[in-house]
Design a binder for this molecule. Structure first.
Ligand code: SF4
Ligand code: SF4
Length: 62
């Protein structure tokens, strides 16, 4: 197979669903998330692992 490298999964936060708990920030292996009023993801640091989405109790990250 001549697969090209898969594009990195782009993670999106729904600010309206985020309650600012910070669980995603704790679980992110690259320190790409910073939570203030809601979670913000630094795309340059994100490797698209999906850990944050799995950890979020609100389903605010997709
Ligand atoms: S997908 Fe992974 S690297 Fe990207 S913000 Fe979420 S936990 Fe961090
Ligand atoms: S885990 Fe979910 S609800 Fe908590 S800060 Fe992150 S995105 Fe917001």
């Amino acid at each position: 197979m001549a697969d090209e490298q898969k594009p990195k999964r782009k993670m999106l936060v729904n600010p309206g669903a985020c309650m600012g708990c910070g669980y995603c920030e704790d679980v992110c292996p690259t320190g790409a998330i910073h939570v203030s009023d809601y979670a913000r993801i630094d795309e340059a640091r994100c490797i698209g692992c999906g850990c944050c989405a799995g950890r979020c109790p609100m389903g605010a990250i997709d």
